[in-house]
Design a protein around this ligand. Structure first.
Ligand code: SAM
Ligand code: SF4
Length: 556
């Protein structure tokens, strides 16, 4: 038996696990960080990366320091992902390594695993001190502080309460304050940043835990989003990626908006139903649609040179969004629109609500509006009952759509989803593995052709930092991924000038279409990070382009 402090939208209380509520405790005292050092490891998607940034920014403001050495930390936090079992297993293995932790060390599990497993996780692993779901991350500092002070478990989860009426959820939405209080210094980024526009998901694909772990789709007020983009631009950010699980479902109804304490609140989105009868839904309402939001950011924050968004849901992608993309030079001609399968039968079982033909027609429409657009997709292989024929249709769809890359996953049955209850996981592991490898090979052929078509062209590259290859052999110089070359990485620049020996750094960046480009820069290359530079492509591999700075190529 042990004490657990629980924070929920209904209030806070302490329970004795396997017992009943024994007392209330006070939530809200500001933590005393006492120079605690935090190790934070992030698993999963871009949304989790952003969540980690927001939590770090909050902890830093309270005086916490960060370390990348787990052994050096007073607080170890794992921001977790539940989408596939494999992702969860990695976290369990990390937690297993910490079973014999020193007294005083605080261990916290944040994110989707905390929300999905709940107090059960603490029961199985009592050395976990803090559990915090993705909808409660604003409470992390208080949870850590209470864990230190009271030596009791601290749990903040949303449970099912966040699927209540839109007005109620919005009025209690504390998480907006986390986004609003975000602080970013020029040293915290490499020119790029994420901005959340929606949280959660109303879609309920049968295989997916996200609607259960992240809750209802909640849309942020457009003014908050535009202001955040301006703030990031002021801190030197030139590329923003707008985030949402079904990002193109964004719609904010100004008529239904409410303010609490002078802060305009987010609101639960209408979901797919509004898009099926779009005109009827929009009639008489004063709303900001996704297309209008894109246009506002493009026009009001011109310092953002690249505006992207992920992840789009194919069925509800209106021409209005494509028109804005076509008209706006700073909106990247890139879309990540997961297809998941090419078989209508499997798509139906997945509850994706489109057919393969409709998906392909969507791709045709995108290419008509945006010639040269780069597309990316996700696929699940080995979904229950998937036959060789179904799988062949997926390969066909992939060949037709010519994605620049695809993320391919073997179906992983997830507790709590419709699929695990309704369908037996009947595709043998061997067949899943074969289909995974086969689809990867098909994608690799397409990616290679797309990458090879870029050879000889000069492309604009936003430099992210040292390439992963370079990072392996280098000593860290800071938090931008720029590393000092070890003596071993000195190179001779050609036989014509044997005396001209200098250090070069291999840098990595991305094109507007999200293709990865590797090139060499003199010295540390640090001055190029976060800038857009022209690179002439001289060779290509399926996943990467190689080139040289256009000035160098021209002998400048
Ligand atoms: N919201 C996005 C969408 O609608 O496509 C994707 C979000 S999900 C976190 C990322 C990807 O994980 C999905 O596109 C899907 O391919 C994959 N995924 C989700 N649940 C899965 C499961 N149970 N097994 C295997 N892959 C899964
Ligand atoms: Fe999951 Fe489907 Fe929502 Fe994407 S749209 S997060 S796959 S339920």
């Amino acid at each position: 038996m042990f004490n657990v402090a629980v924070y929920s939208p209904h209030g806070s209380f302490v329970i004795r696990i396997s017992s009943f509520v024994i007392s209330r405790i006070n939530y809200g005292a500001m933590p005393q960080s006492r120079q605690r050092k935090v190790y934070l490891e992030t698993f999963g998607c871009q949304m989790n990366q952003l969540d980690s940034q927001l939590v770090s920014s909050q902890l830093r403001a309270l005086g916490y320091h960060f370390t990348d050495q787990r052994d050096d930390a007073d607080v170890i936090l794992f921001n977790t992902c539940s989408v596939r079992e494999q992702a969860e297993n990695k976290v369990y293995s990390r937690l297993g390594e910490l079973r014999d932790k020193l007294p005083g060390l605080v261990i916290g599990v944040l994110g989707c695993m905390a929300e999905r497993d709940g107090a059960d996780m603490v029961r199985r692993m009592p050395h976990i001190d803090v559990l915090c779901g993705p909808g409660e991350l604003d409470k992390v500092p208080a949870l850590i502080d209470n864990a230190v002070k009271t030596r009791s478990h601290q749990i903040a989860l949303q449970g099912n309460t966040h699927r209540r009426s839109g007005t109620l959820s919005a009025a209690e939405d504390q998480l907006e304050l986390l986004d609003l209080s975000r602080s970013l210094s020029p040293d915290d980024h490499s020119g790029s940043a994420y901005v959340r526009i929606t949280r959660g998901c109303n879609k309920f694909c049968t295989y997916c835990v996200v609607p259960f772990t992240r809750g209802a789709e909640v849309h942020r007020p457009p003014d908050h989003i535009v202001d955040e983009c301006k703030k990031l631009a002021d801190a030197g950010v030139i590329e923003i990626t707008l985030l949402g699980q079904t990002v193109n479902h964004y719609v904010y109804d100004h008529g239904a908006s409410i303010s609490v304490g002078g802060v305009r609140q987010p609101q639960v989105g209408p979901g797919g139903a509004a898009f099926k009868q779009r005109d009827a839904y929009l009639a008489g309402r004063h709303v900001t649609t996704f297309a209008q939001l894109l246009r506002r950011i493009h026009e009001e924050v011109p310092a953002i040179k690249r505006l992207r968004f992920v992840t789009s849901y194919p069925r509800d992608f209106g021409d209005d969004v494509l028109e804005v993309m076509a008209d706006s030079p700073r909106i990247c001609k890139y879309l990540h629109v997961p297809a998941q399968s090419g078989s209508d039968r499997v798509l139906k079982l997945m509850n994706r609500e489109y057919t393969a033909a409709e998906y392909c027609a969507f791709v045709d429409r995108v290419r008509k509006y945006l010639p040269g657009v780069m597309l990316a997709s996700d696929f699940i292989v080995g979904f229950p009952t998937e036959t060789d024929e179904d799988f062949e249709k997926t390969s066909e769809l992939m060949r037709y759509c010519r994605f620049k890359n695809s993320f391919i996953f073997k179906y992983s049955p997830r507790p709590g989803t419709v699929a695990i209850d309704r369908f037996e996981d009947d595709v043998p592991e061997e067949a899943k593995r074969y289909r995974n490898n086969h689809l990867l090979a098909v994608q690799s052929e397409i990616s290679k052709a797309i990458h090879e078509s870029m050879v000889g062209r000069t492309v604009d590259v936003l430099v992210e930092g040292a390439s992963s290859h370079e990072q392996k052999g280098m000593r860290d110089l800071g938090n931008r991924g720029i590393r000092e070359s070890t003596p071993g990485s000195k190179v001779e620049l050609g036989w014509e000038k044997p005396a001209a020996t200098r250090t070069v750094t291999q840098l990595s960046g991305r094109t507007e279409g999200d293709l990865i480009v590797i090139f060499d820069a003199a010295g540390s290359g640090e001055e190029l990070v976060g800038r857009i530079v022209p690179v002439t492509i001289h060779s290509a591999k399926p996943l990467t382009l190689f080139g040289e700075l256009a000035e160098q190529a021209a002998g400048v």
